[in-house]
Write a protein that binds this ligand. Sequence first.
Ligand SMILES: *Cc1c(COP(=O)(O)O)cnc(C)c1O
Length: 358
Amino acid sequence: MKFSSMKTIDIHALLRPHLRKLTPYSSARDEYTGKLGTFLDANENPLGSAAPGRHNRYPDPLARELKQSLRSILGVKEEQLFVGNGSDEAIDLLFRAFCEPGQDRVVLLPPTYGMYKVSAEINGVETVEYPLTEAFQIDLDKIRTDLLPKTKLIFVCSPNNPTGNCIHQASIEALLEWMAEDGLVVVDEAYVDFAPQQKLIPLLDKYPHLVLLRTFSKAWGMANLRLGMAIGHPDLIAALNKIKAPYNVNGMSQQLALEAIQQEDKKIEMVDLIVQERNNLARELNNISFVSRVYPSDANFLLVRVDHARQRYEELINKRIIVRDRSRVILCDECLRFTIGSPDENEELLQALQHMSK
Ligand SMILES: *Cc1c(COP(=O)(O)O)cnc(C)c1O
């Protein structure tokens, strides 16, 4: 990706006014970035750690080595990468950086990931909701295009949680055109590894107000390590780095993510198996009498409409199988969400469902 072709963004105009002149905290590891020497600058314990392993030194505040390694698998520059304590941190920071409480607005497209709304509420920011169509696509006809230029963030989740489908790229581009750089279009790609093809990274060149979210929690199998990413224009990424907690990603997570990237084949293998299991499970579920609909999925879960979601949920709990009841979510009446498990776990789920009364 060439910077020369990248459009600029007026980050000054987008940022909340009080952050424009903020001098960020400068940590010991910001002020001296060399690796060798006698380190008497950060009040660390020089002797070692009470826990097994050596954890006595603060980690790299900007996770530079990890970003270097991410560059090659994502095809972006280091300056376009923010890494955080899960992508949930990136979501929160987007609110804190760009949304003035009680004044700015964000647009949500339910049914979708619940954190966008919770994060908005925590930050005192108003949400405007445009439900997806019956096919779980963006309802472009209903979205008020005069409202979008006054909107700071719009969250698009693709593949979408809990529906599982990808959002058409043409609709995302329509939003990008309508937002006209007065606000940001945030596309959460937490499940992108399970989707056949979705190529939004090349759009970053054309749309400096596009932000992509990725995570190590799903396909990479590293939810415990809390590692998420935001990918966007360098000025925007710099703004997030300016307001984040100094050592937001711990050193163990940085190290293990580096090792995971070296073994990307393993991730690809796991994704292939999960996708195969998802397709098998979808086929089998269609043969169950009280299942009325298995929605197509490009993710590692299936949204399934049953006769009585709450009852089936509780019957499964009694068999110690825990799924997600999404039946109170808009457009998801009587729907359960099944995460794709291991082959044995999926068989267990099927057996349990097959043995339930109609
Ligand atoms: C699971 C999930 C995430 C991941 O969040 P982390 O904080 O990175 O674990 C992000 N977005 C969506 C839509 C998810 O379903």
